[in-house]
Design a protein around this ligand. Sequence first.
Ligand code: SAM
Length: 268
Amino acid sequence: MTNPLNALNAETLNAWNANAEVWDKRMGDDGNDFFNILCWPALASFLDAQPDSKILDIACGNGLTTRRLAELGCTVTAFDFSANLIEYAKQRTAFHASLITYHILDATNEEQLLSLGEAKFDSALSNMALFDMAEIEPLFRTLPKLLKPGGTFVFSITHPCFNNASSMHVVEEMDDGEIKTVYSIKTSRYMTPYSMRGLALRNQPKPQVYFERPLQAYLNLAFQNGFVLDGFEERAFPPETPQTTPLGWGGKFSEIPAVIVARLRLKT
Ligand SMILES: C[S@@+](CC[C@H](N)C(=O)[O-])C[C@H]1O[C@@H](n2cnc3c(N)ncnc32)[C@H](O)[C@@H]1O
């Protein structure tokens, strides 16, 4: 019997190749507000990368985090399964090329992951990509082999409770002696993993597939594979952050975290 996830994985690859140009233009060299305000400060603090650290950048896109890590002096092995995105990553990497190696590789394929080398990395990083992967079990099974003993896996994901593909952004008006505008998130799906098409960027040519999982799916997989959780942040935009669209993520949703950043560490 064919695994339905294979077809979804192929569709995902196809979408990321088709959207690579738009993604590269939007993220550029410096990234967007999600990256700079929500993700990078917590990722950088959890990674605590030292010059000469060896880091694996999983699903690196156009190499945004890869270059940030190389700027800190780390040696970075980065991969993505989109050949088009890896091409953009290489084009943007002239400056730190000596510290970075890029590979085209599928994170759902254990054999391909193992080809990166065993007990080689001090840390692995995945910025906003696990929910784009049709399957994460192969990655969680393989990471303990790729990491050195005691190594860490730091990842960011959209908050599974408040920022999943079923989330609706809601604005309402109330009167409690004064008229107030209230922004909230309404969610209808959480417990059962599901996939749904969506747009990471409003002008992308092809919708991509989101693979939504409850938080316990990530954490239990990590615990089963020998990790403990030793860093965790829920990240919301500060109130002063401008809205890029009237109901998009921004300062109006400052009480609702759009992103989770976590650090897992291999038990020694
Ligand atoms: C939202 S982008 C994030 C890219 C990058 N980490 C960043 O921070 O800009 C998600 C990435 O996951 C990659 N991806 C999805 N499934 C993958 C898989 N099975 N193997 C490798 N990369 C995958 C996509 O090609 C895309 O580059």
